[in-house]
Write a protein that binds this ligand. Structure first.
Ligand SMILES: NC(=O)c1ccc[n+]([C@@H]2O[C@H](COP(=O)([O-])OP(=O)(O)OC[C@H]3O[C@@H](n4cnc5c(N)ncnc54)[C@H](O)[C@@H]3O)[C@@H](O)[C@H]2O)c1
Length: 311
């Protein structure tokens, strides 16, 4: 297969690229390297340094295609920076998304897989949250991901481009590049192993559905391969296990062998209180289920960070 991955020099996109390469597919990566790095691009993939907002993107897609799958992972993903500068977030995550959809449709891509987020739910009322609840995002990042989904649906229904949106929980793994806005698990682990205490914003009772990046990669490959029965589909990619930040910090303190307590600071705006998603739709569609439990995943992160390896 021929695969184009936007954001393939970043945390998740580079691991998806590696998985496609491992099975012999042809991989092209478009990345502006704003947070990703060229060293993160796996051997065997072609890196094109280009911004997804570039009007010439359609030429890149046409010249290097046609692609069976365009995996759209390029985005600004820092919820806190988006609060301070919603326009920068919208510029990449909405206008960039439209440009990728346009290039994919004009370049005759077989399908587009969009990295969406649990942030589209805002403060959901139903847990575990299924895909068909009303989405009222409470942050600029959640709004831009929701808008990206609506444009994806529009292109799927009107421009003959099949689109699948994957709403990830909070993704973690044994290796998050330094420049990538690391998630809470990586940040806590790095602090603990360098002798600092973890900082918790708010009371620590906020929860997340932490999903290992290896399970995210598998979900991407499955939805990229499976027959599509409708031009548009949206799936949660999550574990159905809810972990609060206090418990997370406690587990990481004990795994790292530190002797400390977290420090508490004021809660951050725009962060949802609970996240726990129901991934049964994805299981029914393609047989996906998470394979890495949170305890096992956290041990691997601590060990890999301790040894400075990718685990
Ligand atoms: N990490 C998570 O917990 C999580 C959760 C839900 C959704 N997502 C989504 O998954 C995707 C990948 O996230 P990640 O954690 O790998 O982030 P990341 O920051 O490591 O990777 C994003 C990549 O996109 C590139 N990029 C950013 N703006 C660009 C632009 N204008 N043009 C071209 N390239 C650009 C960056 O250089 C980087 O390589 C994002 O769309 C993110 O919103 C991530």
């Amino acid at each position: 297969m021929r695969i184009l991955i936007t954001g393939g020099a970043g945390f998740i996109g580079s691991l998806i690229a590696q998985a496609y390469l491992d099975r012999g597919d042809h991989v092209v990566i478009v990345d502006s390297l704003v947070t990703g790095t060229a060293s993160q691009v796996p051997d065997g993939a072609t890196l094109i340094e280009q911004d997804i907002r570039d009007p010439d993107l359609v030429r890149t897609v046409t010249e290097h295609g046609p692609f069976d799958v365009i995996s759209h992972h390029a985005a600004l993903k820092d919820v806190r920076k988006a609060l301070l500068d919603p326009r920068a977030d919208a510029d990449v995550n909405i206008l960039g998304m439209i440009n990728v959809l346009r290039a994919a449709a004009e370049g005759g891509a077989g399908r587009l897989v969009f990295a969406s987020s649990a942030a589209v739910y805002g403060d959901a009322k139903v847990f575990p949250t299924p895909e068909d609840v009303e989405c009222i995002p409470i942050s600029p990042y959640g709004i831009s991901k929701m808008t990206g989904e609506l444009y994806g649906r529009y292109f799927a229904l009107n421009r003959s481009l099949p689109v699948i949106a994957l709403r990830y929980g909070t993704v973690y793994g044994t290796f998050t590049p330094e420049a990538s806005e690391a998630g809470v698990i990586t940040i806590f682990t790095r602090r603990l192993l360098s002798g600092d205490v973890p900082v918790i914003y708010g009371d620590g009772l906020q929860t997340r559905d932490f999903v290992n990046v290896e399970d995210i990669v598998r979900a991407n490959i499955l939805v990229g391969d499976a027959p599509m029965h409708a031009p548009w589909a949206v799936y949660n990619v999550s574990t159905g296990v809810e972990t609060n930040v206090n418990d997370l910090a406690g587990t990481l303190i004990s795994l790292s062998g530190a002797n400390c307590s977290p420090r508490y600071e004021g809660a951050k705006a725009g962060e949802v209180r609970r996240n726990l998603q129901d991934a049964s739709r994805l299981r029914e569609a393609v047989g996906w289920a998470p394979e890495i439990q949170i305890g096992q995943g956290l041990s691997a992160v601590v060990e890999a960070t301790r040894h400075g390896s990718r685990g």
